[in-house]
Design a protein around this ligand. Structure first.
Ligand code: NAD
Length: 363
């Protein structure tokens, strides 16, 4: 199969859909991989590395879309990329169609076959192609919080790990899923005093088993949240109710319970945020202050560490890319119900129930 990897063109997107090692796996199996020149340059993946792995370097995205049978990307196709898609061509990337009627219409109109990373499932009920980005965001939330606690950033001047004879910072993590456990792990590693709250008792039991007494676990109630935030230096919002907007666990009035200069990191901002006072921010201007509390609400945190994120994402996508290339999409989809769950648009029809319902397409 001919597989194409264009350079990402969305604003400030530095990730790329395939690393040189992914190219090597495909070319070793006899596939042809077209990579757009300088596609990985921003994250230190040179054309020479891609070439050495067997890629054919191509100067324009137009040539990639014209020749490839499968296009592998990171972000949803921009309008000019949708215009290059051909009927029956396979597109494998993040799509996030439900809130995006324009892109959905363009994909339907293209006649292409579009498989979305974010709706591919696994046997444990998880979303294996979303999880790596949650791992990145969860770990990064602690870095962002630690930095924001510094005086020069407006924070209360607490070092997460403390020092001998000085108490560490108190970190509270709301939600013990993929983001939450990665935040807790990083904060524990830095020596902070960490409490994690969740609505799921089985999950709290699991976390207790994993970390023992080093990690405090608490059931997520308003009273427990209020008691925790009154002591906290850093609060990380990591809750998710699948398919719904994030619940507002901290109201503006509750900020009054917190010490001035404490920090909120709202990782759930991409689902509307779990603090009433959250609004999306960018890597260029990540924080703002409400009632003396620093808010960090960057909606695409993994983009800030695009190199790590590229490797994390492509580790997870590669087995699916290999299956699609080796078998062709018809057989690959037929043999793997989890990959089939990723099929969002098929030759002019919307094939993902939630997307069809959200946007009024027949399903
Ligand atoms: P997850 O499903 O693995 O975990 C969510 C957890 O929240 C679950 O354990 C659930 O029981 C818990 N929860 C639900 N309601 C709760 C409540 N009221 N109190 C306490 N816990 C509650 O999800 P995840 O992968 O960890 O993702 C968390 C959020 O982070 C999502 O909104 C996701 O979209 C977002 N995210 C954001 C970025 C970013 O760049 N900002 C990156 C990755 C993920």
């Amino acid at each position: 199969m001919i597989i194409g990897v264009p350079k990402e063109i969305k604003n400030h997107e530095y990730r790329i859909g395939m690393t040189p090692s992914g190219v090597q796996e495909l070319t070793a199996r006899g596939h042809t991989v077209l990579v757009q020149a300088r596609g990985g340059e921003a994250i230190g993946l040179s054309d020479e590395e891609y070439g050495a792995a067997g890629a054919e370097l191509v100067t324009s995205a137009a040539e990639i879309f014209a020749r490839a049978e499968m296009v592998v990307k990171v972000k949803e196709p921009q309008a000019e990329e949708c215009a290059l898609l051909r009927p029956g061509q396979l597109l494998f990337t993040y799509l996030h169609l439900a809130p995006d009627p324009v892109q959905t219409q363009l994909l339907v109109h293209s006649g292409a076959v579009a498989i979305a990373y974010e709706t591919v499932t696994d046997d444990r009920g998880g979303l294996p192609l979303l999880a790596p980005m949650s791992e990145v965001a969860g770990r990064m939330a602690v870095q962002a919080g630690a930095h924001s606690l510094e005086k020069a950033q407006g924070g209360n001047g607490t070092l997460l790990g403390g020092v001998p004879a000085v108490a560490p910072a108190k970190v509270v993590v709301l939600g013990g899923g993929v983001v939450g456990v990665n935040s807790a792990r990083m904060a524990l590693g830095l020596g902070a005093d960490v409490t994690i709250l969740d609505k799921s008792l089985p999950r709290l039991r699991e976390l207790d088993g994993l970390y023992g007494p080093a990690l405090k676990t608490l059931y997520s109630t308003k009273a427990n949240i209020e008691a925790c935030i009154a002591q906290a230096d850093l609060v990380i919002g990591a809750v998710l109710i699948p398919g719904a907007a994030a619940p507002k666990l901290l109201t503006r009035a509750m900020l009054g319970l917190m010490r001035k200069g404490s920090v909120l990191v709202d990782v759930a901002i991409d689902q509307g945020g779990c603090f009433e006072t959250s609004r999306p921010t960018t890597h260029e201007d990540p924080t703002y202050v409400v009632d003396g509390i620093i808010h960090y609400c960057v909606a695409n945190m993994p983009g800030g560490v695009a190199r790590t994120s590229t490797f994390a994402l492509t580790n997870a996508t590669l087995p699916f890319v290999l299956a699609l290339a080796d078998k062709g999409y018809q057989r690959a989809l037929k043999e793997d119900k989890h990959l089939l769950a990723g099929l969002n648009v098929y030759k002019g029809s919307v094939t993902q129930q939630a997307v069809a319902e959200a946007l009024g397409y027949d399903y």
